[in-house]
Ligand binder design. Structure first.
Ligand code: NAP
Length: 322
């Protein structure tokens, strides 16, 4: 089979398409013929050895896929020929992947493989963040940073489905279009987001900030929270990991909450399937749907990774595998 290989931790340029041995599924694994693979920021981090998960070299990146079941263990919810999305937990940039059946999810016939490949990581993370860590309530106001990115658009769509009012922060007019298409009530440019929040909320602030970016916007995000507001920390695409002066939390009765999507799944592997089944009606109806910006063939994986790395991705980037 064809697969993308990383043989040195030198970043996206290290990704090369090669002939590789197909995976050998373990007793609990589903073997999947991959049709599309989502390209994520964690994939970029792993090409530099900067992700918390550090596979031995050489390895195949790729956190999420969509395809068709080639084989499945008896007693699972899957059978040969089923359309599925899955989290191979790296290894997704390949024509076949094998992964534990609890990390495989039914893909509705109304969802294309291209869109399906963008669902598992971002939408399950957004759900974990907004619902479990953030305890978002209907009618609350959420500010989403990186509102045109993969995780950001998922958060915008899901927060809307949960009946929140959503502001999306973006850095360019092209990205503003994507955030608006995701359903944001207001799209705000990064330069003056704090003032925009003040204006839009009559100086009250927002209930929640969803932040996959970090960097120097962090303190203004804290200042944009209202009484008992929550800031969810999801990632640091901006580069810098911010620090918190805890007197800000005390003075304003606000929380900063970390979100590590892997945690509940390490503790309880069935958790992801429960999440997926809860979101499934929204995937079927298209209310939650990957906003695909660009697709590339598998052989162009390094270009796709560079787009994400260099902040050029507008909407979700997906690799066409077969
Ligand atoms: N905590 C978790 O469980 C979890 C799970 C999945 C992903 N993540 C993290 O979430 C973050 C977003 O992932 P993603 O796949 O959604 O990425 P993405 O599609 O590339 O979106 C990230 C956004 O970050 C913004 N950004 C600001 N500075 C940037 C820079 N220097 N380089 C690139 N982007 C920059 C960009 O928006 P603007 O240009 O509009 O500012 C971009 O749209 C990553 O840090 C990832 O590791 C965390």
């Amino acid at each position: 089979m064809r697969a993308v290989r990383i043989s040195a931790l030198t970043g996206p340029d290290a990704a090369h398409c090669v002939e590789a041995e197909p995976p050998r599924p373990g007793p609990e694994d589903v073997l999947i013929d991959v049709h599309a693979a989502g390209v994520t920021f964690p994939d970029v981090l792993v090409t530099r050895g900067q992700h918390q998960f550090k596979p031995d070299l050489p390895f195949t990146p790729g956190y999420e896929v969509a395809g068709i079941v080639r084989s499945a263990p008896k007693g699972t919810r899957f059978t040969v020929g089923d359309r599925v999305a899955a989290i191979p937990h790296f290894g997704g940039y390949a024509e076949q992947v094998a992964t534990n059946h609890r990390l495989v999810f039914p893909l509705p016939s109304s969802v294309s493989f291209t869109c399906g490949a963008g669902l598992p990581l971002n939408y399950l993370t957004a759900d974990y963040a907004l619902v479990r860590r953030g305890a978002l309530r209907p009618g609350e106001t959420v500010l989403v940073h990186g509102g045109a990115g993969g995780l950001g658009t998922a958060a915008v769509q899901l927060a809307k489905a949960l009946k929140a009012r959503v502001f999306a922060v973006v850095s360019s007019p092209e990205k503003a279009e994507i955030a608006a298409a995701a359903g944001a009530d207001e799209v705000i440019f990064l330069d003056d987001f704090r003032q925009a929040v003040a204006t839009l909320t009559d100086n009250v602030g927002v209930d929640m900030v969803f932040d996959p970016v970090g960097g120097d916007r962090f303190t203004d995000s804290l200042r944009s929270l209202k009484f008992e507001g929550r800031l969810l920390v999801l990632g640091f695409t901006g580069g810098e990991i911010p620090t918190v002066k805890v007197n800000r939390l005390l003075n304003r009765d606000i929380d900063v909450r970390g979100v590590a999507f892997g945690r509940p799944w390490w503790l309880d592997m069935d958790y992801l399937g429960v999440q997926w089944d809860r979101l499934l009606p929204h995937f079927e109806s298209g209310r939650l749907s990957t906003l695909v910006g660009q697709t590339y063939p598998l052989s162009d994986a390094s270009r796709a990774l560079r787009d994400v790395d260099e902040r050029r991705a507008i909407g979700k980037i997906v690799l066409r595998v077969s």
